[in-house]
Design a protein around this ligand. Sequence first.
Ligand SMILES: [Ca+2]
Length: 486
Amino acid sequence: MKQILLLLGLSFVAVVAAPAASPTKPNVLFILADDMGWSDLGCYGADLHETPNIDRFAAGAVRFTNAYAMSVCSPTRATLMTGKHAARLHFTIWAEGAQEGGAKNRKLREGESIWNLPNSEKTIATYLKSAGYLTALIGKWHLGDWEHYPEAHGFDINIGGTNWGAPQTFWWPYSGSGTHGTEFRYIPHLEYGHPGEYLTDRLTDEAIKVIDHAGDQPFFVYLAHHAVHTPIEAKPDDIQHFDAKLRDGMNHRHTIYAAMNKELDDNVGRVLEHLKERGLDKNTVVIFASDNGGYVGMDKVSGKNIPVTNNAPLRSGKGALYEGGIRVPLMIRWPGVTPAGATCDEPVILTDMLPTLLSASSLRPATDAIDGVDLTPVLKEPTAKLNRDALFFHYPHYYHTTTPVSAVRARDWKLLEFFEDNHVELYNLRDDLSEKHDLAKEMPDKAAALRDQLHAWRDSVGAALPRPNPDFKGGPPKPQQSQLTP
Ligand SMILES: [Ca+2]
């Protein structure tokens, strides 16, 4: 209640002093899109979609072409916050999926996953708060029940963060039941709004209020938009624009999803413009990323019987460990450090955000069990190489795009190991970005070496593995999808 009153009051408080964040404590604005695919943005090659504001931001930032996340929501958010791999945390599936206990009549029982981020974990917010920052989560949290909400993880302010992975609707009052199972969902602290108000706009309004409220205090604003996750809902005028623009042969075909992307882009533009007007852009690290690959299933709301997006040239989408499920947009602008308009091809992962942001704030992680690395060297010099030979992925669960699987990316090489039959697939991403040509049989020694590397990593983090399901009755696998949204 105190936070509600505080924020309601903000509307009536004139913005006063210019910010006083010091060079050693830059402000941080982390904008996370939900389920945005690697090729959904103009600057990553989208055709139907229009994202001029994010494209302009990319032109002043370092844009990563080989950035990765986990393949679904909660594991990425957990690794982002802690700098530890989701497999080390044993947080490998979205929170509601972990509570359901996984698929039933399948060949394997899924690896066990937690659904509450332990309060003993230190997050980016924990560190920055202790260093004097105002810390705020605005939007999606998805890391556990109320005892594990952002307030328990170092955030002074939580606007909207709950255990739920998606709103029932993007239209005020954002509440109801039915779209995502039978439970009633709402967005706390946004009860006061008006008919026709759209969630992406409102979350941006709240972020701007918090930024202004920070005054002389450095801020960490984690603006975790629900867009462009289901339910696929957008403003009629924007939908009409993309209906008129759609042409045969376009990679993207879902005009409501295109409108959602445009509306997210409008709001990224709005918050960046606000930073500029306030003179805060010169001392604010701004990061834009997505939490997993684009969703290639159907949505239940739009009435369109087509996949929500298409991650081409990448294979598959959310859930899978093919590139379409894990490769994501990532752009970072760090005034005085990042060159404008550079691209960086070095493989990076959102696990790297904690050590990077701590470094930007002249802090160091307190534990050596951090899996991420500080990206400062490639932010200063985007053609530099990081001292890391591989990235790892672990999704011991079923989804409509995959069976339980682990993967390793080592420079140009990528190996996936599927647990149902232990078969491996080997790809050279430099030659075969779309993962069409499995080289495992042609190059058995290379495949064996990467498999050994993957197994050694799984052992080192204590990854939870799937196991045979004694109750499996055989027969064709029944498509399994949670009633609750990832
Ligand atoms: Ca997501």
